[in-house]
Design a protein around this ligand. Structure first.
Ligand code: UDX
Length: 290
């Protein structure tokens, strides 16, 4: 009877006769062998080079595709080293479609200049209560500029990427002329523009004012200061109107997911400012000059 080989623990075969070890189950290579593998034949160098090329391609891709299908006339240069607009040299965002309410006013018209200069397409919505067409007349022949006579108290439907909401009389002379209209512009106008922003997914900027602090007891005012206000004064149509506009802006942000910005602008002065608008700087200049 053929003797089957039995391996007995007490009689270990001599090494010469030890059966070849069954091929050990392949053990997983340890980290050291992975590192050696990568470093041999500059494999790590080639991996890093590949990652650099891939990331550069995906970073440049939005700008390269823009050249091919850029439909906007005289779109901005893709690589601009003149960073006059404060955008770091190199990449600039693709051109946008924006609406500026109150864009024929003092601050708004300078904003329109800057937006067109950086290559955006701009729609100005203004009822010319205090704004003037000559503030934007130099853009009327620009194909990327449109001017709409419209009162933001009534809704408007536009397809844009950004909404800059400045429509509101800013000087006491003008906003006290018709306080109820001033408050309606701040409330209904802001509601209409926020509703548009939510509807089309546009980013919304509200130009608010230092008047939201009222007659402040804290100097200088931090943004976290709630103010010292009078809700029933003759200036409250503007002060409370802007506070309500800020409330609506934040509620559309918190509840409606609208991306918003609020800028509380203090005393401004410069070209296109009305000398007779009763504001502190224009009053000072008028008294000096006249
Ligand atoms: O109901 C209105 C009232 C005013 N407007 C327009 O809104 C523009 C306001 O421009 P103004 O020159 O009077 O005022 P400014 O440009 O100085 O201030 C403007 O921007 C900064 C904000 O803080 C102010 O609240 C805003 O009025 C004007 O073009 C005016 O015609 C409307 O379009 N609708």
């Amino acid at each position: 009877m053929k003797q089957l080989h039995k391996s007995s623990p007490t009689h270990a075969p001599s090494p010469a006769h030890a059966p070849a070890p069954k091929s050990a189950k392949p053990t997983r290579p340890g980290p050291r062998s992975w590192i050696g593998y990568l470093l041999r034949e500059q494999r790590l160098l080639f991996v890093l080079l590949g990652a650099l090329i891939a990331s550069t391609f995906f970073l440049l891709r939005p700008y390269l595709s823009l050249t091919a299908s850029s439909h906007l006339p005289d779109a901005r240069p893709l690589f601009s080293f003149a960073s006059r607009s404060g955008v770091p040299a190199g990449f600039r965002p693709p051109p946008r479609r924006v609406v500026v309410t109150g864009g024929a006013g003092f601050v708004g018209s300078h904003l329109v200049d800057r937006l067109l200069e950086q290559g955006d397409s701009v729609i100005v919505v203004d009822n010319f209560f205090t704004g003037r067409k000559e503030n934007v007349a130099h853009h009327l022949r620009n194909p990327r500029f449109e001017l709409l006579r419209h009162d933001v108290v009534e809704p408007i439907l536009l397809e844009v990427d950004r909404i800059y909401h400045l429509a509101c009389p800013a000087s006491p002379v003008h906003y006290k002329y018709n306080p109820i209209k001033t408050y309606k512009t701040n409330v209904m106008g802001t509601l209409n523009m926020l509703g548009l922003a939510k509807r089309i997914g546009a980013r919304f900027l509200l130009t608010s004012t230092s008047e939201v602090y009222g007659d402040p007891l804290e100097h200088p005012q931090k943004e976290t200061y709630w103010g010292h206000v009078n809700p029933i004064g003759v200036r409250s149509c503007y002060d409370e109107g802007k506070r309500t506009a800020e409330t609506l802006t934040m509620d559309y942000h918190r509840g409606g997911g609208v991306e918003v910005r609020i800028a509380r602008i203090f005393n401004t002065y410069g070209p296109r400012m009305c000398l007779d608008d009763g504001r502190v700087v224009s009053n000072f200049v008028a008294q000096v000059c006249l």
